[in-house]
Design a protein around this ligand. Sequence first.
Ligand SMILES: [Zn+2]
Length: 627
Amino acid sequence: MTIDVNDTQLMLDEKTLSFSVQAGEQTWRFRKDAKPRLECEEGTIYFEDAVVVSHKEFVSGIGKGIQSHYEGFEVNGQKVPYAFDTIVWIEYASGNIFCEWIPLQEEGLNIKAVYWPGEMEFEEAKDSWYTLLNWQQGILLPNTWETEVNKVVFDGFFETAGGYMPWYAQVRDRAGYIAICMTPWNAGWNVDHPENGPYTHVGMRFEPSLGKMDYRRVVRYTFLNDCDYNDMCKVYRAYVKEEGRLRTLAEKAVQNPTIDDLIGCAFVHKGIKTSVQKNSSFYDPENPHKNDNLVTFAQREKEIRELHDLGVKKLYMHLDGWAQPGYDNQHPDYYPICEEAGGEKAMKSLVDTMHELGYMFGIHDQYRDYYLAAKTYDEHYACQLADGTIPGHDRWAGGPQTYLCGTQAPYYVKRNFNYLEEKGIELDGAYLDVFTCNEGDECANPYHRMTRKECYDYRALCFRYLLSKGILPSSEEVSDWCVPSMVMCHYAPYEFMMEKPGTPKKGIPVPLYNLVYHDCLIEPWMMDKVSEEEDYMLYALLNGGAPYIIRDGAYPNTDGSFDGGVKFTLEEQRDRCKIVSDLHEKVAKCELVRHELVDGNYNIQRSVFADGTTVTVDFENQTYVID
Ligand SMILES: [Zn+2]
C-alpha cells in the first residue's frame, strides 16, 4: 500500500509488515529483520502471527495513512482474542508521520513489551552516519565507533538516566529523522551497535501500565533533509514549546527570584551523619568503623567560614545526613535534627551563618525510598505492582525498603518541611533524591492507585510545594517531565562520567539535553581532573554550567565518585570554580544555540550561547577559550 501527501510517501509491505518512507529525495526503510513483535509471558509473538490481519486507507481531516488491524493469536494451541490496531499516517500540516499502536481487546496475552514501529536500516560504515542517544546528557554514536553499545542504564527507559528525553535520531550525511515518543511514561529505547560498527540499530518499545497496555502509544517521526544533531535538538525544543513545557529560568525567576542568587554559585556537597545498618548490603563487617561517621554542624560551619575567607563569593551547600537517623535512613520519617551533631540549635547556627555570608543552603531529602525502619512505616502505603507484590531491596544505608506510593509523597513533604520551618531552619533549596534519574512508580493498591504518568505529576507536586515556600527544588539528575517544576539538579553528566575514568566512551559526548533545556535548569558539574588526559572542568565550561567546589559523595565509588585523579588545593579549586561560575553567571539564562565539532574533530568542541558567548574546548591539549 502507498499513501502520498505532498512530497512524502508512506509505503507498507503487506508481506513483511515493514514500512518505508520517501521524504523528498530520501528513502528510509524499516528493517525487515526487526519484525514488529509482542514480547509476552507466553513467549514472542509476531504481528504477522495474528489470525486476522487487514489493512485499509485511513483518512481524516488532518492527514491520511494506513490503518492495520490485528486480531486473534494462537497460544499453546489455544485461540486468544487479543486485538490491536496500528495507524501510521502523514499529517497534512507538517509532513510529520505519526505511528500509533492502539489496544482494542486485551484478553489472552500478558504483554511485557511491544516492539514497534521497529528499527530503521542504518548499515553504512561511515562516521558521517550517526545516531543520537539521550543516555544522560547525550551521545553521538557514529556508525564506525570502536566500542560496542547495546546495554543501556535503566534499560533505556524514558524519563530515567537512560533516557533524559524521549527521543532518538539518526543522521546519514546531512539527512535524518527524529523519532519522538509522545507517550513516554511506559516506554524506552534499545540500541545495537557492534564493535567498529558498521551499523547502529535503534528502536522503541512500549510496556504495560498496571498490567495492561491500556492506552494508545504514539511515536512521531520528523524527517529533515539538510540537518545535523543541533537541528534534531531544536525540533524537539520546538515540540516541548508547543506543549507549553519549555519553562525557562527567566520565567521561573519571576515566581522565585532567589534563582538569580543561585546563578553563579559554587556548589558544596557534604554530609553530617552516616549510619549503615547491619541489614544493608552496604554494611562492611570487616571494617565496622566505615559504617558510622559523624561530623558536627559546628565543623561544617567552620569549613564554610574558611571558604568565605578564601574569597568564594557565591556558594550553595547541599547537606546530607542532617537528621538523627543518618543518611539514607528511615525516610520519610526524617527527624529530629541530628542530636549528636549539635541538634537544631547547631543546624540553625550553620544555616544562619551561611545567610550572613551571603550563601545559600539546602538539604538532602527523600520521598521515594520507604524504609521499614521508619517510625510510621506502613506497608499499605508502599507501591504495589499489578500482580499484588510489593517491590523492595536493602541496597542503601538504611537497610530494607519498599517505595512510598507517589500519591502520599506530597503530604510527607508538607509535614517535614513545616517541621523545619517551625524550628527556624530557613531553606533556600531542597534536594528530593531519585525523583529524576529513577523511573516513576506505579501502584495497583485500589486505595491510592497510580499510573506511572500520574507518579510524575505527584513528584512535580512535591517540587511545586517547595517553590510555593520559596525553596528551590532539586533532584538527582534531569528528565523531560521535571523541567517546568524543577530549578536545579545534582548533576546532568555525560554517561562516561559515571564510569571509572579511562573506560572507553560509548560515542562522542554531545550536550543533547542542554541544546534543548540549557536555559531552563541549573546544572552543577563535576570538577574532577580524573587524569592528566581528562579534566571535567572543560565539560562544565562547554555546557555553561555551575561548578562543584567540593563534592563528598555519600557512598564510595558510586554516583561518579572515584578514587585517584589530580589533587587540587582548595585555593586551586576555588580559582577553577571561579572561571566556571563567572561563565555560568553570564550564560545561565541563555539558550545553548549551537554545539559544534570543530572541523569535524570531536576532540575540539564549541558551544555557542544565545548572547553570542562561545566556548571552545580542546580535549587533546586540555585547553579552552571563552569569547
Ligand atoms: Zn498507591
